[in-house]
Design a protein around this ligand. Sequence first.
Ligand code: FES
Ligand SMILES: [Fe+2]
Length: 437
Amino acid sequence: MLTREENDMLTQTGRGTPMGELFRRFWMPACLSEEIPSADCPPVRVKLLGENLVAFRDSNGTPALVDAYCPHRGAPLFFGRNEECGIRCVYHGWKFDASGACVDMPNTPEGETYKDKVTLTAYPCFDAAGMVWAYLGPKDRTPPRPGFDWMDLPDDRTYVRKYHLRCNFFQALEGDYDPSHGMFLHMTRDLTTPSAIQDAAPVLGSLLSDKGFLKMKFLSFEETDFGMLHVGVMPEADGTQTVSASTFYFPCFSSAGLAGPGVYSSNMRIPIDDESCYMYRFRWSYEPFTEHQRNQDRFGGFTYPEQIPGTFMAVENKDNDYLVDRILQKNYSYTGIKSFPIQDLALVEDQWGPRADRSREHLVTADEQLMRVRRRLLKAARELQEGQEPAGPHNPEGFRAHTARTRMPANLPATEVIDRIKDLTVGPPPDSRLHTI
Ligand code: FES
Ligand SMILES: [Fe+2]
């Protein structure tokens, strides 16, 4: 539970708010690279942290992210002409380059000199991992590119799709730090035949205690420059233990999510405004994806839900109750909702509305992980409010840590367990079969 003030601080990211300023210290995806596919392509609307913007690619192919409105008299630049290294407002012809400089003011005699006094707000950006990354903070604090191992991987090792979510970014993100929900909400393994149910029983059984509680326990919640590193252990029937490390990266990146052996996951919930966000559902690997892996993601509909053509909205969405199937729910699955991520969406898009009032909650020990993440983020926002800049953006190497999972003997001291799993959070896994995520 949070106070109303803490809840507001956690969930409001407009310019000038404490969390909004923290977000404006980090690079974050503004759109998919394919949304502005080529030099001089049509501009697209982008809303980010409550700011109305327009993205385009200039004649050199450089991505640009600028204010959605022309500084002359506020006309929408979405209708602008993207030509000869700049975007030209079609109301009176003023033209701006990717850096926001006014390079032409053809409708008035003083244009030749007055244009030097006018600028369009423009944010620096670059392409990486299929996304256009932007920085909306103070120019003199522009950080280096984040050092995620996957930032510069070739295209055949990354996969990303973007979804429009109708809730606050943190509401969506919290689901990734909520280990007890998986055994309820996502009980949709392949339980469509009696033999599949039988096959699944030993797996599900090993995760749960006799009373049905999740057996996983956390050994540590370490605060790092990049955010947090959590280490959890789960006893196994053969006397060993499964040890896993998971990460929270400032300001809104998590690494939760099922993926195949040797495939890592990164979920990014980027605020559009305080009641909606984009989720970039990203998968990556140190090895090229097989065609099979790619096709599974793309066409199955279970891990990458189908979208309404021409939008980033899933076909199963709030307007149609996520196509919940009550017969399916009675007989086979816990929710009756088909797609894995949509099961989450159905619950998180409406927790007392799109921006939950956390002062009304009744939290329990099973909620410890998300409480820790809240506190970490609030602490960083408060520190910045008091003038202490976050260290993370200027320590890009820190972002290299990723999730890890392995088996260890059960009798190891906790410090050794933590040291060993931390070693596995950087670089390729020694054996991808043992380090499935
Ligand atoms: S409003 Fe854009 S040039 Fe006049
Ligand atoms: Fe979930």
